[in-house]
Each structure stands twice: as C-alpha cells, then as structure tokens.
Design a protein around this ligand. Structure first.
Ligand code: KG4
Ligand code: ZN
Length: 358
C-alpha cells in the first residue's frame, strides 16, 4: 500500500463507514484506521428472532428505516454536524458492497454514494470479509505479518494467510455450513432461540464438554495424512446431524451437556486447524475475526494455542468481532490508500469474494 491516493498526498484520514450487509445497521467514524470516534450498531435481532433466523425482506426494510437515525447518532457522537450540509471533516465514505443480502447491502451502498456526492468526498467499496480482517488491526495496529486469520462468522468459515495489507491467501474454508450457521441451526433444534451462538456459549458454561463425543471432521493426529484441499477445510453439517440424531434418540440428554459437547467439537476443529496453519506457514502471529470469534471457549483456546505455538495472538474485543461499521471504515482507509476511490457505479454484490493473491 502506498502513501498516495490517485497521485495526491494523502489527506484522507477520517472515514465514515457504513455496514448493512445482514441484520445490523451500523455507522462509524474512524480516523486513520485506528481511532474510533464513534461506532453505532442497531441490531435487528429481536425482529428476526421470532422467525428463528434472518428474514431478508424484514432486514431490508429495517435498514431503510434505521440508517438515517444511526448515521445521525454516529455523526453527533463524533462531534460532526450532519448528515446535511458539509462533510464536517469526513474525508471519504466507505460502505460494505458485499457479500451479504442484496436488499440490505443496497441501502448502505446507496446512502454512501449519496453522501459522497453531496459532500464531494471519495466513495470506497469495502468487502465485508476484509472488514472482519481489519477489525484486529483497528484494535492492534502493530500486528505483524504474515498473520494467520481464522475468520468465523454466520456466513463464512475460513483460514486465511495475510501476507501483507490487502494480500491474502486462502488456506481453507468450510465445505458446507459456516461455524456460526451450525451454532444457529443446533440452537434452533435445541429450542434455544436466535441467534444461537451466544445462547449455546452461555448454556455450555453449565455443561460437560466431554459428555458426548461428537465428531470432529477432518481432524487427524497427523495433518500430513490429509490431502492438501482437506487439511485446512472445515465441515460442520455432519456434526449438526450427529447432535440432532443424538437428541432425537436420547431426548432426556441434559441440554447444557449437549451444548457444551457440540461447542467443544466446533472449537476443537477450528483451533486444531489454525494451529496446523500457524506451524506450516511460519506466520509470526494469528488472530480471530467474525461473529463466532465472540465465543468464550474459542477465544480462550485460540489464545492458548498461539501461546503454545510461540506466536503472538490477537483476539479482538467482542464488539469488534460481530458486525460493526468501525471495521468497514478501517478496511476502507486501507483500500483507499492502496487503490484510490471506487467508481460510483460499483454495485452491491451478494457473492463478493475475498480478493486473493494467486
Ligand atoms: O460476523 P457476524 O456478526 O455476521 C455475519 O457476517 O455472519 O456473525 C454472526 C454469527 C451468528 O451465527 C452468531 O450465532 C455467531 O456469529 N455468534 C456466536 C457468538 N456470538 C455470535 N457464535 C458462538 N459464540 C458466540 N458467543
Ligand atoms: Zn460479519
């Protein structure tokens, strides 16, 4: 990443970030990808909970309703007048353009473009997965590279080797369900409500993680026995089926034990493969990202694994793990300084992939 934007000396320090890819409406003002002046998140969780999952139509409407008040609060907290009139010191507007729900993405992308035009400042398109990667840099700007990142959210589960800013190698990803999706589906089956991750996390505290030996997919003693494409791959749909079959056959199994044993299986697979990645790549550190990184057991086990492997670990604060706009502003700052502004005809892309190096 260079020091210039489109040939001019960098003056773009203060970025307004907008996040509307799923069920959180969020706006933040961040300086130089390190200082959070404001970060407002309006969660739609209660509106979706009755349906047991995110309903795209409800999410899209809620973003339209909530974005302007969330924007006004983020600007006011940062001490900026708005949203009308001048940019009030905002140098660029960044928004998540994908991946996510298209109806949700469009609200944030359209608002960001409108603000960019009205204020006469650049628009920056941000990849939601890259934003999760930058959440760690926002809180720990001195993180050294190369870095193994375990990105675990409701929609994605992947191990990424970050070799430089904006330079990613995909080591492996899930073959079926994302880790968060498995949490949400198992929680739903156990009648724990939505979102399932926090519910299972809390219940597992009272359970025995060794009560039931649920399967750990593609987790061998010796990683060399796995083919290259399976070594860092994850699979959680078999685990989900194993839990459902077990509870169907043994309805009296204590739910806390089921939750704790399920969680132990998920975290074992995630941490084991992250360790293999750290050891094989020679990374100097490892960090977590995404909503599932808010999980108590994963946070503890991941930090312990890095300690044992002798590499630096970074686990972002829980608020920075789940969807927020500060991480979007941070990733936007890096993108602006590497690629310059994004064209205003950049569209929302529900399937946008993390940009990888060959
Ligand atoms: O990153 P995120 O906020 O949204 C997506 O981009 O998907 O992640 C949401 C996911 C949900 O599946 C939720 O159940 C899970 O993160 N999650 C957790 C915890 N908190 C949120 N999973 C396990 N333990 C938690 N404490
Ligand atoms: Zn996310």
């Amino acid at each position: 990443m260079g020091d210039t934007v489109s040939g001019d000396t960098v003056t773009a320090n203060t970025i307004l970030g907008i996040e509307t890819s799923c069920d959180e409406t969020a706006v933040a003002v961040v300086e130089r990808a390190t200082v959070v002046r404001s970060s407002v998140v309006s969660s739609q969780v209660e509106q979706h909970a009755v349906f047991g999952g995110v309903v795209p139509e409800i999410a899209g409407r809620a973003h339209v309703r909530d974005l302007v008040p969330v924007l006004a609060e983020a600007l006011a907290t940062a001490g900026i007048e708005g949203p009308g009139g001048s940019a009030g010191g905002i140098d660029a507007v960044a928004a998540t353009t994908g991946p996510g729900l298209v109806g949700s993405l469009l609200t944030g992308v359209s608002a960001a473009k409108a603000l960019s035009l009205v204020w006469g400042v650049p628009f920056v398109a941000v990849n939601h997965l890259e934003a999760h990667l930058y959440a760690s840099f926002l809180e720990e700007p001195d993180l050294e590279l190369p870095l193994v990142v375990l990105l675990v959210s409701g929609g994605h589960t992947m191990l990424v080797l970050m070799e430089g800013h904006g330079r990613y190698r995909l080591l492996g990803s899930t073959l079926d369900d994302a880790a968060g999706e498995a949490y949400d589906k198992v929680a739903r089956y156990l009648g724990l409500g939505y979102p399932g991750g926090p519910a299972i996390d809390a219940l597992a505290m009272d359970g025995d993680p060794t009560a039931y030996a649920y399967p750990r997919s593609m987790v061998q003693e010796n990683p060399a026995t796995l083919s290259d494409d399976r070594r860092y791959a994850f699979s959680f749909s078999g685990l989900k089926t194993a839990v459902v079959n077990h509870v169907r056959n043994e309805p009296d199994a204590p739910t806390a034990d089921v939750a704790a044993s399920f969680q132990a299986a998920v975290v074992d697979a995630l941490v084991t493969k992250a360790r293999w990645a750290v050891e094989a790549t020679g990374a100097v550190g490892a960090c977590l990202g995404g909503g599932v990184a808010a999980n108590s057991l994963l946070r503890e086990r991941f930090a312990g694994m890095c300690n044992e492997a002798g590499v630096r670990s970074f686990v972002p604060s829980r608020a920075m793990c789940t969807d927020n706009a500060a991480m979007v502003a941070a990733a936007g700052w890096w993108r602006l300084h590497s690629d310059g502004p994004s064209p205003l005809d950049t569209g929302a892309d529900p399937n946008l992939a993390l940009p990888l190096i060959a």
